[in-house]
Design a protein around this ligand. Structure first.
Ligand code: NMX
Ligand code: MLT
Length: 405
């Protein structure tokens, strides 16, 4: 980016931009990725669709170091992750005390916080590597303990990042073919979920919490609470349930007319059509395309996947006809759940945890920038935006501003 005058006006704010979720309001710089409304997602300038099939470790290296690793750097980086992947028994044991009824995202938030009880060291860079190295181990342990699959499986040092994750899951009854497919899927799933600009809810929350100098684990737990909501990360679970509902209602005969009726009904009853729409993108999310291409390879005849493809054609024109909806296109969550289900992870409650497993990487990288590099290493100041005091807010029409707070 060319440096302009520091006093350059970036945007003019009007009163009607209040209570819009800070949409479009500039906050700072993001060194890892950019989301461009008409173009999609770029990791350090590279279109995500061009690197989606790379080794996850290579892409993590890119996000952390801003360069594509040489073979030697890749090997060194993998070694570093492996050296830090061991999770202390006392942390794993805390999982056994949690209520199985709690949503896996609550377990995930707990587990990250518990990692901080032994891992916090006052150095965001070290905490970043520690968390990225351990997150597959802790995520697999959550699956195993909460699902009653057995004791956590220890990580190996001879497997890649996602190969190791699928090994540690030890999904009961998964045959060799499904294991191969799940591994292929998790490699792509991991890469496409790593990062999505600086302003997505979970990332923004994580950086805001870190601005008060909370450690990486506390900040990440808060970020993951942001991801847990159905309009953000949990949309992947909701969308799979919606796809299954469509399949159940229209049956094997996946046809456009029957599906159109279902979507119209949802909108008429003010329900959300999960997996569609975006706060920034105004073209189809490239991650949705990548995942559908992966589905063509791994599970082309799966009934849910066929429905995902049909919905990607049928839903956008219906949403586009509603003038209030800014983006009618499929987003990343439109396809991911159906692919996970087809490849052997059959409990949708866990899908948002898999989003989190990946997104920890981008958020940790962005926290390192904001805490250790921004403003010549001084770090960004504590987040503290302005609110107008107004006793009734906008609950009864336009608000009168009575002060600030
Ligand atoms: N289904 C129903 N209503 C929608 C949808 C949708 N897919 N998308 C937008 N709208 C509504 C939205 O609720 C809002 O209504 P109101 O004015 O009554 O509050 C109106 O249309 C305008 O919203 P937009 O400006 O188009 O979208 P916004 O930037 O506010 O929100 C999302 C973006 C992603 C939250 C929204 O598109 C949505 O709820 N999509 C479905 C949930 C989903 O798939 N989320 C995952 C997003 C990606 N991720 O992983 O985080
Ligand atoms: C994400 O991946 O975080 C979502 O697409 C949401 C966003 O960018 O706002």
């Amino acid at each position: 980016m060319k440096e302009g005058a520091k006093s350059a006006v970036l945007m003019e704010l009007t009163k009607d931009q209040l209570e819009t979720g800070l949409r479009g309001v500039p906050v700072g710089y993001c060194t890892t990725s950019s989301v461009e409304a008409q173009k999609g997602l770029f990791y350090v300038g590279r279109p995500v669709e061009e690197i989606a099939n790379s080794d996850p470790e290579q892409v993590i290296h890119l996000l952390l170091h801003k360069t594509w690793p040489t073979a030697e750097q890749s090997a060194e980086f993998s070694k570093l992750l492996k050296a830090n992947q061991g999770v202390p028994r006392e942390v794993l044991d805390t999982l056994k005390a949690l209520p199985r009824t709690g949503h896996p995202m609550k377990w995930f938030i707990h587990a990250i916080n518990a990692l901080g009880m032994v891992g916090a060291c006052g150095d965001y860079r070290r905490e970043c590597i520690d968390l990225i190295a351990k997150i597959p181990v802790i995520t697999a342990a959550i699956f195993r303990v909460r699902s009653g699959w057995g004791e956590p499986i220890a990580p190996r040092t001879d497997l890649g990042y996602m190969e190791n994750f699928v090994y540690m899951l030890g999904v009961p009854g998964l045959d060799a073919d499904k294991t191969r497919k799940l591994t292929k899927l998790m490699r792509v799933f991991d890469v496409v979920h790593f990062d999505h600009g600086g302003g997505n809810l979970s990332t923004f929350v994580g950086k805001a919490v870190a601005s008060g100098k909370a450690d990486m684990y506390e900040s990440m737990s808060a970020a993951m609470a942001g991801l847990a909501g159905p309009l953000h990360g949990k949309a992947n679970q909701e969308c799979l349930e919606f796809v299954q509902e469509c399949v159940a209602k229209v049956g094997e005969n996946v046809n456009a007319d029957a599906v159109r009726g279902l979507i119209q009904q949802k909108l008429a009853s003010k329900e959300v059509v999960y997996g569609f729409g975006h706060a920034v993108l105004r073209v189809e999310d490239p991650r949705a395309k990548v995942l559908r291409a992966t589905g063509e390879e791994l599970c082309p005849t799966d009934i849910n996947f066929r429905m995902v493809k049909l919905l990607a054609e049928v839903v956008p024109p219906i949403l586009a006809a509603n003038p209030k909806i800014s983006d009618p296109h499929p987003n990343v969550d439109s396809a991911s759940g159906s692919l996970l289900m087809a490849c052997g992870l059959t409990d949708p409650d866990y899908y948002t945890v898999l989003f989190g497993l990946s997104r920890v990487v981008g958020i940790a990288a962005q926290i390192v920038y904001e805490r250790c590099e921004a403003r010549q290493g001084k770090g960004t100041p504590i987040v503290r935006p302005k609110y107008f005091f107004s006793p009734l807010g906008t609950s009864q029409g336009e608000a009168e501003i009575a002060g600030t707070g």
